[in-house]
Design a binder for this molecule. Structure first.
Ligand code: FAD
Length: 311
């Protein structure tokens, strides 16, 4: 049973999401190859080759793949699909953009957001915004899976290095879409997806100025990423790439501090797998306290500055 893991990378570096998707792949089978599709992506391929137990790395280095647009990338994966029973990608923006296209072109169903591998064809994944876990058996000859990486530990580096095989881009679908621009917010903070600690703010923060003034000092002291509820994002208190939840990012840090967040199911869907949850809320009946390991009933404008002083 051969498995192809489509890697998340920025050509220069390999994302940890790939190493986590790889751990899911090894629960399905042992013959696991990694596909690096990109441009000037040799460094990412070398990083993938160093990961433990990878059979080989397929490197397709071509200008048409520099930004991993769905059409040419899916077409490349499709051209390799004959050799694999299972095709996997981390459930990142890229993975969620490309893999459904692969599944559709293969005419198979995709199993999305896999959180556990029960057997090589049976998987657990959340449905209804994480309120229920479905166990689903994929009976298609080829399985196409996206992996919720927060549920898997990253595969570490191994003693041996896997061979890197160069594969030519097949050139199909290259003109169907074109890359315009990527606007990334610059930040020295850890990435929300990989941060060990997240301090997250809700509607109670009241304005972007107060959000900055109260959240930043605590996050700085803890070396934490900052997150936000959708209400805080919609109100303009925080940029939308900070949103945690069903329609934002799904995170599972060691510590999640929810400040002035009520704990709506759509928010919980994005953070309830955090290892330790601390909630600060004036309302002792707020639903967030049902998932919190530690709850502070109090005004965040008093509690957070005090927490910063204590830290
Ligand atoms: P509120 O629910 O208004 O809660 C504010 C909390 O702050 C209250 O509990 C209050 O007691 C407390 N508070 C007030 N003042 C203070 C103070 N001074 N100190 C301490 N606590 C105080 N939401 C998300 O977060 N992420 C998503 O991805 C998301 N996706 C959604 C998708 C859909 C399809 C829908 C319908 C909704 C989605 N939502 C999402 C919205 C979600 O339902 C809630 O509306 C939202 O999470 C509420 O944000 P909040 O907790 O900041 O605000």
């Amino acid at each position: 049973m051969a498995i192809l893991v489509f890697a998340e990378h920025d050509n220069a570096t390999l994302s940890e999401q790939t190493a986590k998707a790889l751990s899911a792949a090894f629960l399905i089978g042992t013959d696991v190859d990694v596909l690096i599709a990109g441009h000037n992506a040799t460094p990412a391929a070398q990083a993938a080759a160093a990961l433990a137990n990878v059979r080989k790395v397929l490197l397709t280095d071509d200008a048409s793949l520099a930004n991993q647009l769905a059409e040419p990338t899916a077409s490349l994966i499709l051209s390799l699909a004959d050799g694999y029973d299972t095709i996997i990608a981390p459930a990142t923006t890229n993975g969620k953009n490309i893999l459904p296209r692969v599944a559709a072109l293969l005419d198979v169903m995709q199993v999305s957001d896999v959180t556990a591998v029960v057997s090589p064809d049976t998987f657990k994944h959340p449905i209804y915004a994480g309120n229920a876990i479905e166990i689903v058996q994929a009976t298609d000859a080829k399985k196409v899976l996206t992996i919720r990486t927060a549920s898997f530990a990253a595969t570490g580096t191994g003693d041996a290095t896997a061979p890197i095989e160069n594969i030519a881009a097949n050139g199909e679908n290259a003109g169907l879409s074109s890359f315009v621009e990527n606007i990334l917010s610059e930040s020295d903070r850890p990435e929300l997806n990989s941060a060990k600690i997240i301090v997250s703010g809700g509607r109670a923060l009241g304005s972007s100025e107060k959000f900055q003034a109260v959240m930043t000092p605590v996050a700085d002291k803890l070396g934490a990423a900052i997150g936000a509820s959708r209400a805080a994002v919609d109100a303009g208190y925080a940029p939308n790439d900070l949103q945690v939840g069903q329609t934002g990012k799904v995170v599972a840090p060691d510590l999640y501090i929810a400040c002035g967040i009520s704990g709506a199911i759509q928010h919980l869907a994005g953070m309830k797998d955090s290892k330790v949850i601390v909630a600060i809320n004036t309302d002792e009946d707020a639903p967030i306290f049902q998932v919190a390991d530690y709850g502070i009933v109090g005004d965040l404008f008093e509690v957070l500055p005090e927490l910063e002083r204590q830290l």
